[in-house]
Ligand binder design. Sequence first.
Ligand code: SME
Length: 151
Amino acid sequence: MNITQLKKDILVITQQPLHVDEILQQICDYLKSAVSYYDWVGFYFTNGDKKELILKQFAGKPTEHTIIPFGKGICGQVALSNQNFVVQDVTEQDNYISCGFDVKSEIVVPIFKKGVNIGQIDIDSHHIAPFVTEDEELLEYVCEQVAKLNI
Ligand code: SME
């Protein structure tokens, strides 16, 4: 992946004078098309004081998992751990919520606003073990830029 170009493009997207929802949608669409092994890209955000995540924008197949309790699945675990979760092979995870038989791996990176975990970016891939450290670097950058938006 050309991480320099990807970061530049993300910055351009996030600096547009658009509503945050539109920016988040553009990020999903852009990442899904720009990285060959990103097959589903979505943003989950915490739901007020409730201990659950709600799916906002996404690109890829619609999922029934639009609300995820803290602690459940990869996403729910990241809501509690505040750490990146890279799953190179989803069959190795017991606490995993399947979004389809074609999903083989997943990466989730938390979004921090003023030090608080407010949500996450979630990527599903149809490939086994596609993720490298640059994916985490790119997605941390995306999350930093998203945190600067009016969310
Ligand atoms: N697989 C996730 C659920 C969300 S979908 O990937 C869209 C999980 O285990 O939390």
